[in-house]
Design a protein around this ligand. Structure first.
Ligand SMILES: [Zn+2]
Length: 287
């Protein structure tokens, strides 16, 4: 993505009313980045994206000044599965997700790597890379696929940036792959982003294992769970264990400043989103 110098910030936005309504909701919050599902995230089936609706979504997005759109894959995908039937089903579903993301004009497609249910981590890593390579062959043109870190370290994979780097190493077309840093997940996995030293060592690890240029987006969430808990529970910005000081550090880090910050914070009404965006803008003031 081009560096615009503009602070890119937004939310995961519901698509219950369709893609166009999602863009309108984003516009009502005055955000310039958003994430959506392109289908029901809890089911395998998907009807193709309606071409006319995709065109309207792109137009609405442009009109609303939304500079970054990321699609999140459905939750059922397991690219690491050692059950060949489930893995193949996941590859097909990922290829379909890549295609829908392309049609919607998204900038990135975000996915979890899945779990190999206790298999040796090296096997899980190889399996994820094989699945990604196969999906790229099924869908040859798409936005960049970003792998999201999880909140758990060993024995599962995806909690450490070394794992994600090992996967990327085995992906044939590296121009099509990157990562998304979820701050709550990183915190759950034991990366202490509350301190400058902790955040710097995390960014150093990303740089040495993957390369910072491959970091394409931030899932910007506070955490209900404590450091290293292995638990994935998102909290409103500044009100969780990462807290205001940690949130502010993340927002002001020069290495992250050109990346889109997408919140996946709890929402019982639009008021929650308005509060979170206000918190972010308040904590991003540079002295
Ligand atoms: Zn996330």
């Amino acid at each position: 993505m081009k560096k615009t110098g503009t602070f890119l910030v937004g939310f995961h936005v519901p698509i219950a009313g369709g893609f166009v309504a999602a863009a309108s909701y984003a516009s009502s919050l005055k955000i310039n980045a958003m994430q959506i599902f392109s289908k029901n995230p809890r089911g395998w089936s998907s009807k193709p994206v309606d071409k006319a609706e995709a065109i309207e979504f792109r137009a609405q997005r442009k009109k609303a000044g939304i500079k970054f759109v990321m699609i999140h894959t459905c939750y059922l995908l397991n690219l690491a599965s050692q059950d060949e039937e489930l893995r193949k089903k996941s590859v097909k579903a990922l290829a379909a997700e890549l295609e829908r993301a392309e049609l919607l004009g998204a900038d990135c497609l975000n996915t979890h790597v899945g779990s190999c249910k206790g298999c040796p981590p090296e096997d899980g890593i190889k399996t994820v890379a094989r699945s990604v390579n196969e999906a790229f062959k099924l869908c040859v043109k798409s936005p960049v696929l970003v792998l999201e870190n999880t909140s758990r370290l060993r024995p599962s994979i995806g909690g450490s940036f070394r794992d994600l780097g090992a996967v990327i190493n085995l992906v044939e077309d590296k121009s099509r792959i990157g990562i998304c840093l979820d701050t709550a997940h990183a915190f759950g996995a034991g990366y202490d982003v509350r301190s400058a030293a902790g955040l710097n060592s995390l960014l150093k690890e990303i740089d040495s294992e993957i390369g910072l240029a491959k970091l394409r987006a931030i899932h910007f969430n506070d955490s209900k769970a404590v450091l290293g808990s292995g638990i994935d529970r998102h909290e409103h910005l500044g009100r969780g264990e990462i807290g205001k000081a940690g949130v502010s550090l993340l927002l002001k880090n020069p290495k992250l400043k050109d990346l889109p910050f997408i919140m996946e914070t709890p929402r019982s009404s639009p008021e929650d989103d308005r509060k979170n965006i206000a918190t972010v803008l308040k904590l991003r003031v540079f002295a």
